[in-house]
Design a protein around this ligand. Structure first.
Ligand SMILES: CCCCCCCCCCCCCCCC(=O)SCCNC(=O)CCNC(=O)[C@H](O)C(C)(C)COP(=O)(O)OP(=O)(O)OC[C@H]1O[C@@H](n2cnc3c(N)ncnc32)[C@H](O)[C@@H]1OP(=O)(O)O
Length: 171
């Protein structure tokens, strides 16, 4: 199977925050943003593997700054690393005030997707080649993040997470 570069999976999704998307303070609801992030990251993962994908897990999301009613949301999504059937996608979320003409960072997150075959069973995906310095850093960290989320999901024993243990042991 051919490998693919990280930039081949890159997508940007743009949305406008309308009244029905907001809470009582006039800010974008976290749940609505997470829904848009799910679609954006699924598109990036699907672009990488050219297959249908399902969300396997969502890492913690910290909302750094709220996005106001009438502002524009930009979600940038890119695959950081592919494993066997799963892919980690990194997202950066920006708000934009188009009247005052400034952009601000809202949050960052990692979502994990699994590619499915026609029988809806996990299927192998192309390996990912990082090119830029940032892509290389994300690629290296992806293995530790995978181990942490598999431990939390009860799919891996802490004892088997060699790279994660090495981080805490300072090795
Ligand atoms: C045709 C071209 C189209 C192209 C363009 C496509 C565009 C597409 C746009 C779609 C836009 C809408 C996208 C919404 C997507 C949903 O919202 S889908 C709905 C929510 N998600 C679900 O319902 C998934 C439910 N869970 C499952 O189906 C199964 O548990 C899974 C995730 C497939 C895993 O299956 P399993 O039988 O446990 O398989 P297993 O062999 O143990 O593990 C398979 C892989 O899953 C990983 N995994 C398992 N659990 C976890 C976990 N907790 N955390 C992380 N990874 C895990 C494993 O590590 C393994 O990875 P690899 O080592 O193979 O890399």
């Amino acid at each position: 199977m051919n490998s693919k570069t990280a930039k081949e999976s890159f997508i940007v999704m743009t949305e406008l925050v309308l009244p029905n998307d907001t809470n009582v303070f006039g800010n974008l609801m976290g749940g609505r943003l997470m829904y848009w992030m799910d679609i954006a990251s699924a598109l990036a993962a699907g672009k990488h593997c050219n297959s249908p994908v399902v969300t396997a897990s969502v890492d913690n999301i910290s909302f750094e700054s709220s996005i106001k009613l009438g502002n524009v949301v930009h979600i940038e999504a890119k695959v950081t690393r592919a494993f066997n059937s799963s892919m980690e996608v990194h997202m950066k979320v920006w708000g934009e005030d188009t009247v005052q003409q400034y952009r601000y960072k809202s949050n960052e997150a990692y979502y994990t997707f699994v590619a499915l075959d026609p029988n809806r069973r996990p299927k192998p995906v192309p390996q990912l080649i990082p090119e830029t310095e940032e892509e290389q850093k994300l690629f290296e960290g992806a293995l530790r993040r995978r181990q942490l989320r598999l431990i939390l999901g009860g799919k891996m024993k802490p004892h088997d997470a060699a790279e994660l243990k090495a981080l805490f042991a300072g090795e």
